[in-house]
Design a binder for this molecule. Structure first.
Ligand code: 8IG
Length: 272
């Protein structure tokens, strides 16, 4: 097997050929709910299907299409990655982070990771966006597992002390002072948690829970990109409020927030 870094270089060259964009400045990974809002960013100059790029696996989640959109916003060249893939679809950590490694190989030095998440704080209502301050990786895996990265890439022992860039977080909060910060716990899913599990991760310090983001953040930091994480709270986590969790409610909260998400993303991206 080609090493994952070489594979990302190959995919980045293909992306360049297909998109006509030489280099990106920023990449955004779009979580559920966020994709529908990106019309606010303007007309993409190209849309590349990830099925035409080496190493990409097709998403199996409804509403996640594998595409990379190229958009220019105030002179900033942005790659929008739609169609994230997850561990729970049966993918390895390397597959999960391949899109992020690819856009970084295509030049992006800032990575915005967006997601939909369950909220553990009863005072943060569904529909609220929260900036990720830090994470707990409880997926029991890491994109750094396996052979040591080849010559020229950083150590596998990645320093995560400043994983979610304080500088980018402060820019986001300057743009939108109402944004609060939280700690995101990444679990494998795909089942939602029991109330006891939510109580466990709450005691460990989590305020947001989801099934993505943490592996991508680690891979991006390893490649020396600056990471910003934005969570849309779409539901109260199990046991936080009365009533069951329902995937359709989660999707609906995402959809009804999409105009606000797009507008927020446009303002944050212009300021990065
Ligand atoms: I949206 O409550 C969304 N994603 N693990 N738990 C987990 N992932 C989620 C949740 C949730 N809500």
């Amino acid at each position: 097997m080609t090493n994952p870094y070489e594979l990302a270089r190959v995919a980045a060259d293909e992306l360049r050929d297909h998109s006509g964009v030489d280099e990106y400045d920023v990449a955004v990974v779009l979580g559920s709910g966020w994709k529908e809002g990106v019309v606010a960013l303007g007309e993409p100059s190209s849309v590349v299907s990830t099925s035409s790029l080496s190493g990409f696996v097709a998403p199996t989640v409804a509403g996640h299409h594998g595409e990379i959109l190229s958009i220019e916003l105030d002179g900033t060249r942005i790659a929008l990655v739609a169609g994230r893939v997850h561990l729970y679809e049966g993918n390895s950590a390397h597959h999960v982070v391949h899109p992020v490694r690819t856009v970084i190989a295509a030049g992006a030095k800032k990575i915005v990771l967006t997601n939909a998440a369950g909220g553990l704080d009863p005072s943060v209502a569904p529909g609220t966006v929260v900036v990720i301050r830090d994470h707990l990786n409880l997926t029991a895996t890491s994109p750094m597992e396996g052979p040591s990265p080849p010559e020229g890439y950083g150590s596998r022992f990645v320093d995560l002390s400043d994983l979610y860039s304080a500088r980018l977080r402060s820019i986001a909060r300057d743009v939108e002072p109402a944004l609060s910060e939280g700690v995101y716990v990444g679990l494998r899913g795909p089942n939602y948690e029991t109330p006891a599990e939510i109580e466990m991760v709450r005691r460990l310090g989590a305020t947001l829970v989801g099934m993505s983001t943490v592996l991508e953040a680690i891979a991006a930091r390893h490649l020396e990109a600056d990471v910003l994480g934005l969570s849309l709270v779409t539901n109260f986590a199990a046991g936080v409020a009365d009533g069951p969790l329902n995937h359709l409610d989660v999707l609906e909260t995402g959809l009804s927030a999409s105009d606000r998400l797009g507008a927020l993303l446009a303002r944050v991206l212009s300021a990065l």
